[in-house]
Design a protein around this ligand. Structure first.
Ligand SMILES: C[S@@+](CC[C@H](N)C(=O)[O-])C[C@H]1O[C@@H](n2cnc3c(N)ncnc32)[C@H](O)[C@@H]1O
Length: 304
């Protein structure tokens, strides 16, 4: 929903907040992350398929790491895509790892999915072991030294192994420019508010280090070769189904809670209307809401 297309930044904020004050409602967060992941399933499956193609049929994928795995939606997709591998979900939130375990059992891949509780960058010193594929989506930006993390992840690859990181992409779009209420262009202003918040979030991380977020260049500096990027689209046109509406309602709720200080009164009022479950103009009922998001994945290979 922001320029970093993090489903989102709002939950990033809650994550950081949770670490600082220990008051995060993980069940609400987990439900939102699962809903978001399941909406993205077609994209996640295509992504895993693309990674398998890039690795090539010759490559035996025996171990996969999912760094910052959340509730494990992609972890399970990776386990399905690489049936000869052990897939390890790594996250700093124990509650989300429990969801990952349950999901893996339910989907019949429980025997090949392991979970590892680690607050990165601790644990990047070799404790996670090596892998043929390391996947990380929207987690590297939570760590102060992003270049340092990429270096450590590249170092954990077996020779010929691949690092794939989903960062960047485009801000998600879900409303027309003019929604008939308030000042047109609300989404652009929400993006700007999230950019502002994101900058503060990053500056407050331990060991926060500024870096030009040129991901391919960062991959090359981490010693990886064959660096490339691809972008996949999730395109759910209006009228939306219930799951997508629930997702957008949760996103807007978080934006309302966290970013209202950066928005003017009129935009806050518009957000309140969008959140009203009974109003025909609310996001749960309006007919013009859609969901369009672009996820960019950067890949690189550890030289043999
Ligand atoms: C925005 S969520 C992304 C979840 C999932 N990868 C996805 O794309 O939907 C970020 C995840 O990274 C985890 N995370 C954030 N900072 C972390 C850290 N320093 N160490 C380990 N995990 C972290 C959070 O707990 C959360 O599950």
């Amino acid at each position: 929903m922001s320029a970093h297309n993090d489903s989102g930044h709002a939950q990033d904020h809650a994550h950081a907040h949770g670490h600082q004050h220990g008051d995060l409602d993980w069940e609400v967060m987990a439900a939102h992350l699962v809903n978001s992941g399941e909406l993205q399933l077609p994209v996640l499956r295509r992504t895993a398929g693309r990674l398998s193609e890039l690795l090539g049929p010759e490559r035996e994928v025996r171990r996969v790491l999912d760094i910052g795995s959340g509730p494990g939606v992609m972890t399970c997709v990776l386990a399905e895509t690489f049936p000869a591998a052990e897939t390890v979900a790594v996250d700093g939130a124990a509650a989300l790892l429990t969801h990952t375990r349950d999901r893996a059992e339910r989907l019949g891949v429980g025997e090949r999915v392991a979970v590892r509780h680690a607050e990165l960058p601790d644990g990047l010193d070799g404790a996670l072991g090596t892998a043929d594929l390391i996947w990380s989506s929207k987690a590297v930006h939570h760590i102060g030294d992003q270049q340092g993390v990429l270096g450590a992840l590249a170092g954990a690859l077996n020779p010929g192994g691949m690092l794939a990181v989903a960062e960047g992409g485009l801000p998600t779009r879900f409303l027309p420019r003019d929604i008939g209420t308030g000042r047109p262009g609300l989404q652009a202003r929400l993006d700007a508010a999230q950019e502002y918040w994101f900058e503060i979030m990053r500056s407050e991380l331990p060991g926060s280090t500024a870096v030009v977020e040129d991901w391919p260049a960062m991959f090359r500096r981490a010693g990886l070769t064959g660096v490339a990027s691809f972008t996949l689209l999730l395109d759910l046109p209006a009228p939306l189904g219930e799951a997508a509406r629930t997702f957008l309602h949760a996103q807007l709720t978080r934006l309302r809670e966290m970013m209202s200080e950066s928005l003017d009164e009129a935009d806050v009022k518009t957000l309140d209307l969008l959140l009203d479950a009974d109003a025909p103009e609310g996001i749960l009922r309006r007919t013009d809401a859609f969901l369009l998001s672009a996820t960019t994945v950067h890949t690189g290979v550890r030289p043999v």
